[in-house]
Design a protein around this ligand. Structure first.
Ligand code: FMN
Length: 202
């Protein structure tokens, strides 16, 4: 038995990267090559943004730098610490809150940073890697400890990235984690989220 692949059960045949992306909670114990790491952030860099503001910033650490890796690891809540330490790379996205051109709040800052992070995660799939985004971490500490001025920046999400695991890696998970790792991926049906012309509450 190989490690589960959990492609989306699509109704229409979407592109392979989007179809094959999912959020694993275990990774192979294997380093990610430096070039691939740069490709991840290059993909984020080329995301679209309102007024081309590019409000995203990223801090990352890899397992071979224990001090920096542990600092990012320490930001996560207990649940995420239970699995994300198995990733080779941890990253935190930050969001520049105001527009550079006029200092006014950038309504689209978090939206655009999410787009950049999703681009990163899709590039991970393209590089044979897997990424898993996280909301469960201490955002105030992340801003304070990683060099950002809280008046200008807020934390977005954390992202764990690594090579897909083998079946032996799956056995490192607790029984509950294994169950969620092996369970089906679920989505609302298209008619619950898509409306022609006008929204109709169900
Ligand atoms: C912004 C964001 C925050 C998330 N936070 C967490 C988290 O803190 N812990 C976790 O295990 N998964 C987290 N996830 C992963 C979601 O649970 C996952 O994407 C969702 O269940 C759909 O599964 P899939 O990505 O495998 O399709 C997060 C995803 C996103 C996009």
């Amino acid at each position: 038995m190989t490690y589960p692949n959990k492609p989306a059960d699509v109704k229409y045949p979407i592109n392979e990267l989007a179809k094959n992306r999912w959020s694993p909670r275990v990774f192979a114990d294997r380093p990610i090559e430096e070039e691939k790491i740069m490709l991840l952030f290059e993909a984020a860099r080329w995301a679209p943004s309102s007024f081309n503001e590019q409000p995203w910033r990223y801090i990352y650490a890899t397992k071979d730098d224990q001090e920096k890796f542990k600092q990012l690891f320490s930001l996560m809540g207990e649940f995420n610490q239970g699995w994300a330490g198995k990733a080779w790379l941890l990253a935190v996205s930050f969001v520049k809150k105001n527009q550079t051109k006029n200092g006014q709040p950038n309504y689209y800052a978090m939206h655009d940073t999410g787009a950049a992070s999703f681009s990163l995660v899709l590039e991970a799939v393209n590089q044979g890697l897997m990424g898993h985004q996280m909301a469960g971490f201490d955002k105030e500490r992340a801003v304070a400890e990683l060099g950002f001025d809280p008046a200008e920046y807020q934390a977005g999400s954390m992202i764990a990235v690594g090579y897909p695991p083998t079946l032996a890696d799956l056995e490192k998970l607790t029984p509950e984690q294994q169950t969620s790792e092996l369970s089906d991926r679920k989505r609302k049906v298209l008619t619950e989220i898509l409306f022609k012309g006008k929204f109709k509450a169900s």
